[in-house]
Each structure stands twice: as C-alpha cells, then as structure tokens.
Design a protein around this ligand. Structure first.
Ligand SMILES: [Zn+2]
Ligand SMILES: [Zn+2]
Length: 342
C-alpha cells in the first residue's frame, strides 16, 4: 500500500512509498482510512523540527472503517465507523498513566510519529484508543476529532464560564475550534489574526464567534475594553505559537485573568513580561495535546452540531499530492487540509 513516510530525520525526507500492510495484533484494530487531517506538527516534521521515529508513516488525525479486529477485541466490530486516539503505547504504570493523562506519560508512543499513522490505506490502533463515531458524525468531520480534542483539552483546562470575555489569538484550525467550544459556554469570544488571515477571520464569524479582529488594522485593546467595561479579557487562549503573541496576550488580560498556552513555539525560550503576571495575579496554564477524557465530549460536540469541524476543511488532496497540500497550508491559502488515499 502507498504511504506518506518520513524516511529519515532532517529537513525534507518525506516520500510516498510502498509499505507493507500492517498486521493486526490481538488487542488491536485495523482501520481502512477514509480521511486523514494534516496537522501543524506534520509540517514541523517535514522541516525536521519535530523528531519522529523514522521511517514512519505520518498522520495522527484520521477516521475510517474497521476492517479487522484482534482476537481480544470485543469493543468494536468489522464495519464500524471509528476514529482513534493517537496513543499507541503507554507504560501504564506511571502516575500520569494511572490518572489517564496519557499525554504526559514519558514513554508514550503516538501514531503518526513513533508508530505508523494514517497517511495511507490501513492503520492499526490499540483497541483502547478506538472511538465509534456517533450517528451524525461523518468521516470527514471525524478526521478532525484529534484536533478538536486538543482544543477541548485547552478549554477544559481553563476556568471558562458564562459571559466571560475570551480572546483567542490565532485563527488557525485549533484557534477556530477553541473559539467554537468557548461559545458553547456562552462566553463572549473574540478571535484575532493578521491581515493575511482575512478568510480565516471571516470563517470565525460564520461559525458564531462574536468578533473577529485583524490586529494589524483594528484596535484589539479597544475591542476587549469595550466588551469588559475596561477590565480586560478573562481568558486568553494563545493559539499561534508566535513569540510576540505572549506579551500581547498578557497585556489584554484583566487582573486575575488566565492565559492558556496552546500554540507551540519555534524556540524554547520566549521573552515574557513577568511583571504583568505578578502585578495582575495572572494564572498561566500550559496544555499539551489531548487525553482520553477529551475524546467523547469532542465527538458529542460534533454529533450535536455545536462545533462545525467540516467547515474548516478547505482542501482535500490525495496522499500523492502531499507537496501541493503542504504548500497550500504554508502559503496561508488553506484552513484545514485533509488527505485521502483513493
Ligand atoms: Zn495534531
Ligand atoms: Zn506512563
């Protein structure tokens, strides 16, 4: 079967090559992939900034049909429509595994990075990671579940409540998903972007976000102050990973506000205004990926149409056109891109 494989570390080394069909183990499920989403981390992997276990088939966001199950699998059957958590291996013994915070297990192995993922025809996942798609969730929407689970994780880690003024920095797929989830709490949500993000900001408005602000041409501080009687935002979700965005976000917060870091930075050390953290008694929250408890709520958000993930899919390509797919993301043309095998 053809697969999009990172063949060696470093920049590039991404190729569509022939690989053997995976064999299903006794506690595993074999899935025929229908769609697989491209994540920002897949671009980082191409650029060699994100280490994976080469050679490996990329793709950790996917949905498909169960075609084979291992002998110990009773939870799903052949023909079921499913998606899978990215967790492929965990130690099962550390304190994070015991609390099902698999995203924090140091020896965790993930699909599409340490284990072959979904940019191909068949992928094998552990049975514990499988989720059956609810009735109203189609394959295309379901291929965005992992990204939605990451957004859910971020919002779940915040203290969000009704009528909060929430600013989402960055109108990429994760920002647009975070904003939609924030709206389900009846918060007042502002999403921000740059001039080049015009179509993404418009998408935000179309999806029910209260205000979409181009920070290069509009006064975000004024907008936040107007909404909050001059106090500032209750919560900022930083979803760009652009270093200057940190102090920008800290500045928008009210005293006792909460800053949630969702985006991934290109470097580890970021210039941060700690004076603001002290003087405003801010809470800074980190969040990494997603964990099991984020998945069923995410699927229910899709099932009840509270979140529209499909609306973010701007392009679809065959895996053989991966370079075109990557380019549409890189040049800002796309919002979310999915790959198909056939
Ligand atoms: Zn991802
Ligand atoms: Zn562990």
């Amino acid at each position: 079967m053809l697969a999009l494989v990172k063949t060696a570390l470093g920049h590039g080394n991404l190729e569509v090559i022939e690989r053997e069909e995976p064999v299903v183990g006794k506690d595993q499920v074999k899935i025929l992939v229908k769609y697989a989403g491209i994540c920002g981390s897949d671009l980082h992997t191409y650029e060699g900034k994100y280490k994976v276990n080469v050679p490996v088939t990329l793709g950790h966001e996917f949905a498909g049909e169960v075609v084979e199950i291992g002998e110990n699998v009773t939870e799903v059957k052949v023909g079921d429509r499913v998606t899978s958590e990215t967790t492929f291996y965990i130690c099962g013994e550390c304190k994070y595994c015991k609390s099902k915070d698999y995203n924090l297990c140091s020896t965790r192995k993930g699909l599409g990075s340490q284990q072959d993922g979904g940019f191909t025809k068949y992928v094998v996942a552990r049975k514990e990671s499988i989720h059956i798609l609810p009735e109203n969730v189609d394959y295309l929407s379901a291929s965005i579940t992992e990204a939605l689970a990451c957004a859910h994780h971020a919002v779940a880690k915040s203290n969000i409540k009704k009528d909060d003024v929430v600013v989402v920095l960055g109108p990429g797929p994760i920002g647009l998903l975070v904003a939609q989830i924030a709206k389900t709490y009846e918060a007042k949500v502002i999403i921000t972007g740059l001039e080049k993000d015009k179509s993404r900001l418009e998408k935000g408005k179309e999806l029910g976000v209260d205000f979409a602000v181009d920070i290069q041409n509009e006064d975000i501080k004024q907008a936040v102050n107007d909404l909050s009687n001059g106090y500032g935002a209750d919560i900022v979700f930083e979803c760009t990973g652009a270093p200057p965005s940190v102090n920008f976000g800290l500045d928008l917060l009210t005293k006792k506000g909460q800053y949630v870091q969702v985006g991934i930075f290109p470097t580890a050390e970021i210039l941060t205004d700690f004076e603001k953290i002290i003087q405003k008694e801010l809470t800074i929250t980190g969040c990494r990926s997603q964990k099991p408890s984020d998945w069923e709520p995410s699927l229910q958000l899709l099932n009840t149409n509270k979140v529209n993930a499909k609306a973010l899919v701007s392009h679809q390509f065959n895996i053989t056109e991966w370079d075109k797919a990557y380019a549409t993301i890189k040049n800002g043309e796309a919002i979310k891109v999915v790959l198909k095998v056939e």
